[in-house]
Design a protein around this ligand. Sequence first.
Ligand SMILES: Cc1cc2nc3c(=O)[nH]c(=O)nc-3n(C[C@H](O)[C@H](O)[C@H](O)COP(=O)(O)OP(=O)(O)OC[C@H]3O[C@@H](n4cnc5c(N)ncnc54)[C@H](O)[C@@H]3O)c2cc1C
Length: 489
Amino acid sequence: MGLRTGKQYLESLRDGRNVYLDGQKVRDVTDEPRLGLAAQSVAALYDMQHDARWRDVLTALDTDGERVPVSCLQPRSIEDLARRRRAMKAHADATCGLLARSPDFMNIGIAALSAASEVFDGSDGRRSFANNVRAYHDACRRGDITMTHVQVNPQVDRSRQVYQQARDIALKVVRETDAGFYVNGMRLVGTLAQYANDIVVMPSVVVTNDAKAEDYAFAFVTPVAADGVRIISRPTLVPQNAGHFLDHPLSTLYDEGDAVIVFENVFVPWERTFIYRDPVMCNEVYRQTYLSEHYSHQTMTRALAKAEFMAGLACHMARAIKVDGFPNVQGLLAELLIFVETQRALLLQAEQQATATRFGTWAPSKWPLQAAQLYFYEKYARMIDTVRTIGAGSLVGVPSYADLSSEIGPLVHEYFATATLEADRRIQLTRLAADAAISAFAGRQALYERYYQGDPVRKACSFYNEYPKEELTGRIDGLLTDLQQRAAR
Ligand SMILES: Cc1cc2nc3c(=O)[nH]c(=O)nc-3n(C[C@H](O)[C@H](O)[C@H](O)COP(=O)(O)OP(=O)(O)OC[C@H]3O[C@@H](n4cnc5c(N)ncnc54)[C@H](O)[C@@H]3O)c2cc1C
């Protein structure tokens, strides 16, 4: 098919999928009022690929002459990583970094798995899962499809192993045939699931290396519209009966949706299987394929776009009412700009310290990326707080944009102008800030940054445990010895 247009993407979502929202089955996610605008936002990203201004940033010729999204390419040098970052940044800037699971996220993941495909052949002596991974990457590249991924088992009893749960509702293998296997159960959280073509079921977080865990240890791909797949959406964040689109522009455009996915005896053909009944491989796959590093390259590029957006918004709000001359406000704004520069520095550092992998590709350095990620969720909460602090009462003290053209329009124009902005611009800016900082959408964004790539508490433990600390502790040893020698002189 080649590079898709937004129209082709939207058409692909009209496939009879089973999406449920607010107690109803959704007939067509692209024209459902609570879901359709986010679908349009993803479609706009596809259209950007065909826009002469962005085509050479977002797409490139692959080795076989096919024009594909840059995010589908396997980086073979530091410059390739930089090119990929420029493409990801263009898409993230187009959505203020708020549409987190833009299609490039999973493209990058699948490209990483495919580059490292040889590691998948250890899983099963009978079939070449490596071929499956490469074939799927090829299908993604050529079909320009959108994927969601799910890797978390349901919360029933986190103190016990997945096979010891009081309710056996986690996704598991229930039957095998010559052509594939059947799975039953639930996985979460599929962000963008309503708007994806395929679901990539990735290994769940740490399964024990135990035969009893085998039924839960797999990775595979299934179409969203496959028989038995049910997408159960959380309630929408798109405000209903809003006075005007400009009152809630971010919630309306960028509520990318989160869903729990229930698989009712879903058939998975061997051709779409990457890992099968293999807890060891499930625990190893992220490390061996450099998937975490590649994922983080996208997420931290997006985080930079988001930090820039929030810093710009806070500075604009401060100027609107001329509080930007006060030292306390300048201190808050400087802090946001420092977050931006720190984020940028860590991202570029990860590229500069990239290493060649044994697969012939290059992977960005994980330490700056993990540091950026562990740093970002708290800083993002701080950015939201700063917009609230600067916006103060105005976040609840300006009316709907719709009031500008209502019977009280003249009053609104007179009373809501500031020293630097006319009323319509001021209301638009303030409603944007309210959407970014005090809405349900803002709350979900903060939760997303905390959890989207796992529990930060356990991620910090891994960071500490894996970080090469010997050089640092060795220096302390050297100093102690040196001091001891001085004391003895
Ligand atoms: C907005 C949003 C979008 C998401 N999108 C996706 C997605 O697209 N794809 C996807 O696969 N996942 C997604 N996730 C899920 C995300 O990966 C999980 O939320 C994350 O891994 C944490 O798992 P959990 O939510 O089950 O929390 P739990 O693991 O159940 O943790 C709950 C609390 O208990 C503590 N806790 C639990 N177990 C332990 C333990 N063993 N030791 C110490 N503390 C523990 C945690 O620190 C935490 O405070 C998303 C999550 C959010 C919030």
